[in-house]
Design a protein around this ligand. Structure first.
Ligand SMILES: [Zn+2]
Length: 839
């Protein structure tokens, strides 16, 4: 009792303020939990498709209550979603979400794995998903994850039997899991993996079901649950001062870029898993039924069990170091285990516990956050033993050097030792960047050649130090990656991973440049030095028919980290054309063509990503009428910036500025995406917008979601939104009214304008409208009925009301010509006065 109270008093956990960058420093209560976990030889793999799909309540329960080794296999890194905290999208968003998953696992105690599948965006059906993913490769990666992690139990987040009821990625994750369950143990399947791992048969497969699978709590309550297990995932952990569901909420609150910050929850909560496959439970409520999850599971485990169980039973919270002799004895026994898998897993756990019990602190920090290959960096090493145990530092070995440095120093209790080493980053070092982005990805897959990297959440650190110690006569070495430690007056101590960067990188100010006529434009290129005294020149690569001058510009940068900006003039061709431009920096005869992107958020470690530096240039054949556009913002999109790129004068109108007098200044008004879902004030301003149309204005309303609309009179006539969407960006678009002015004036719209679209055609199309509306286009996904609601136009008074669910907000940033031409037509729609003028 005294022990528990002590640990509560001293160690009520503060993982709320967990610093993503800080090295792990275990408290007594956490060492005790680690010892408990050390004594469980069982494992659970949870499988789903995206960051945030994972049920952190169950993962935390398996990890913290069952004490099983628990991992989440997310098929993708969530590259296809939206980012609520910053500008990163696509692969950069995938980098953030990868780190958010790792942050979530640091909270709930799980591990994290991935496959090479690329999150290409929404799909309605697994068939559609598997047309874009390479099924064989993703399945191979699921098999690889099972063979490597060797789970006893697999739990699917989604139901493999209900395709079409949720995101296609979701169902696919479950279907592949079911297939992989059998394949992992078949030595004839994915044979090449077996040079690096072994076959493995998981014992059981479950589906993490819920009442919503059955439509209502009532129906679920009545269900025969004899093939289900349930757990109270609200269990309270005194050692953490928190319930399991509180831990789970903190874990899922790490998904900040998806807006998952939420309140913690307490109290009893039932979670169900349905048995799908594997060994029968025989009525048992233990998911590990039939598996010995004690040390007796492995040959030679008995003696280890005796040693470690006694530590667990008699744990000394005041002086964990008193357990070191037994822990070291156990460590030696583990080294003799024949079972390589458990030997690896448990050695790692034991070393962490030994390090924590001894109050050992081993750190290598660089004097700068990064360095380029072939440049020098000073490393500071700190070594301290904060226990009375007999510990000797035999030597340390830098990964960049052939030979270790011999020391043979006894580490006296609480006497800090510091060593300094000046090293040269090897000339041929790889730059620090996510390994899966090294090769160009396809829409559905990342390409990774090294089998051993596949599935890893991040690139293993290239520069580290092995500290070779003798603890109470037992030799143990601890590997520490180099970090950068610094402080800020307003933040305190901070950590960053140490990075290897190129000597120079370059970026262009925008990702897309639209040329709406043959006028030249100036673009700005920023060159950043990765070393001191950088000298060279920068030139541009550009597509045929275009020209850029001057040909070269001189670069002189004195200090590492500083930038120099240069301006180039781009001259487009006479006719429609598009291509890529990219800066090439020449230093001592070698070209550098990458852009260095830094991702810096407080909840995840600092990230650097190297990608080819390039921007799209598009010469449009585009005509437009009118010039002044008013824009009412919805959920942040880049449509205003894009309209400015094609020469419109765009004014952002705040809801309180919407008045008849104000609106009268504009040739057209555009309502931003989901504005009627999120802008409360539009309820009171809609009448002015409709009046504007009546008086001869053009109003273009972009998509809103069908649920949560804040107004009744979205349009002047009946218009009902639905969840209709066309997710295939190449789905054929049928022009229903080829002679309609909007498809002819001022630009003639043809099927060509629907080529090269990205991600999707559109979403939340209306599916019911009154006769005043004319549907102009039709499209549908494979196997579905034609949908005509993507672009609807109605005359109202002297003006035009236009509603469109087409994804202009996605097409503009990708520089899709047809999207610009069509949107220009919407803004230029003929009004009564223009019609009469023409007559
Ligand atoms: Zn998902």
């Amino acid at each position: 009792m005294f022990q528990i109270r002590l640990c509560l008093l001293l160690f009520i956990s503060t993982i709320v303020s967990l610093q993503a960058q800080q090295p792990k420093k275990l408290k007594s209560s956490e060492i005790y939990e680690a010892v408990q976990k050390l004594n469980v030889l069982g494992s659970v793999l949870y499988i789903a498709a995206h960051p945030d799909d994972e049920n952190t309540r169950l993962i935390s329960y398996m990890s913290n209550e069952v004490k099983a080794r628990t991992a989440y296999l997310s098929l993708t890194r969530g590259d296809g979603g939206q980012n609520l905290i910053g500008p990163e999208i696509r692969e950069l968003l995938g980098v953030i979400r990868t780190q958010e998953l790792l942050a979530a696992r640091r909270v709930d105690g799980g591990e994290q794995r991935f496959t090479r599948a690329n999150d290409f965006g929404y799909s309605k059906h697994p068939d559609e998903t598997l047309e874009i993913w390479n099924k064989d490769e993703v399945l191979a990666d699921v098999v690889w994850a099972i063979r490597e992690f060797k789970p006893d139990v697999i739990i699917n987040r989604f139901d493999h039997r209900t395709p079409g009821t949720t995101h296609g990625h979701h169902t696919t994750s479950a279907m592949l899991s079911v297939e992989a369950f059998d394949l992992a143990n078949d030595p004839s399947k994915y044979k090449s993996q077996l040079t690096d791992t072994e076959i493995w048969q998981p014992k059981r497969l479950f589906y993490n079901t819920s009442w919503w699978r059955y439509g209502s709590q009532e129906k679920f309550d009545k269900l025969d649950k004899s093939n289900m297990l349930n757990f109270d995932v609200g269990v309270y952990y005194p050692s953490k001062g928190m319930s399991n569901n509180e831990v789970a909420a903190l874990a899922s609150s790490q998904h900040l870029c998806q807006g998952f910050g939420r309140l913690t929850q307490r109290g009893t909560q039932e979670e169900y898993i349905e048995f799908l496959k594997g060994d029968d439970l025989n009525g048992s409520e233990n998911i590990f039924e039939g598996i010995d999850t004690s040390w007796n599971r492995v040959e030679g485990g008995q003696a280890i069990e005796t040693l470690l169980k006694s530590i667990e039973t008699n744990f000394n919270f005041k002086n964990p170091a008193s357990h070191l002799p037994q822990l070291l004895e156990a460590y030696k026994l583990v080294q003799n285990l024949k079972d390589e898998h458990w030997k690896t897993v448990k050695s790692k756990e034991l070393k962490e516990i030994i390090e924590a019990c001894a109050g050992l602190y081993l750190e290598v920090s660089a004097k700068s956050p990064n360095a380029a290959p072939n440049s020098e960096v000073t490393l500071d090493m700190e070594v301290i033993n904060r226990s009375t145990s007999k510990i000797e530092l035999l030597s340390y070995q830098l990964s960049t050097l052939q030979n270790g440095t011999s020391k043979k120093i006894t580490l006296k209790n609480n006497q800090k030792l510091n060593f300094e080493e000046r090293i040269t980053i090897p000339k041929n070092s790889d730059y620090t960047t996510p390994y899966w982005l090294n090769k160009e990805a396809s829409l559905g897959m990342y390409h990774v050649e090294d089998q051993k990297l596949i599935g890893l959440p991040e690139t293993p650190r290239a520069i580290f130090v092995d500290f070779n110690l003798l603890i109470e006569g037992t030799p143990i070495s601890f590997k520490k990656p180099v970090v950068y430690r610094y402080s800020k007056p307003d933040k305190g101590e901070l950590y960053r991973p140490f990075e290897i960067i190129p000597i120079v990188s370059a970026s262009i100010s925008d990702k897309v440049f639209i040329f709406e006529n043959d006028q030249q434009k100036e673009i700005e290129v920023t060159v950043k030095a990765g070393k001191n005294n950088l000298s060279g020149y920068v030139q541009m690569a550009y597509p045929k028919g275009w020209s850029i001058f001057p040909e070269k510009q001189k670069i002189e940068i004195a200090n590492k980290g500083d930038i120099q900006k240069v301006v180039f003039t781009v001259i487009p061709p006479k006719n429609q054309s598009e291509g890529l431009i990219s800066p090439m920096v020449n230093i001592d005869g070698q070209f550098y063509t990458d852009e260095l992107i830094e991702i810096d958020y407080a909840h995840i470690p600092f990230q650097t990503v190297l990608i080819p530096s390039e921007s799209k240039v598009v010469r449009l054949n585009i005509e437009k009428r009118g010039n002044n556009i008013g824009y009412i913002e919805g959920a942040g999109d880049v449509v205003p910036v894009s309209l400015r790129q094609i020469g419109y004068n765009v004014t952002i109108i705040k809801p309180e500025q919407i008045s008849p007098e104000n609106l009268a200044n504009f040739d057209a008004i555009v309502v931003g995406i989901r504005a009627y879902n999120i802008v409360e004030d539009l309820k009171f301003k809609q009448k002015f917008l409709l009046e504007y149309v009546k008086e001869g204005g053009n109003l273009v309303v972009q998509y809103n979601t069908s649920r949560g609309i804040k107004i009744d009179n979205l349009a002047p006539y009946n218009l009902k939104l639905s969840r209709d969407r066309v997710t295939d960006e190449n789905a054929e678009v049928k022009i229903l009214e080829p002679n309609h002015p909007i498809l002819n004036y001022p630009n003639k719209i043809t099927s060509q304008d629907f080529e090269g679209w990205v991600q999707e055609r559109g979403l939340y199309f209306p599916n019911e409208w009154s006769k005043e509306f004319t549907p102009l286009l039709a499209a549908h996904d494979k196997g579905e009925k034609s949908k005509k609601g993507s672009l609807l136009v109605a005359k109202y008074g002297k003006g035009n009301y236009i509603y469109t669910g087409l994804s202009f907000f996605r097409e503009f940033p990708a520089g899709v010509s047809g999207a610009y031409r069509l949107f220009a037509n919407l803004l230029s729609a003929e009004k009564e006065d223009t019609i009469s003028l023409k007559k």
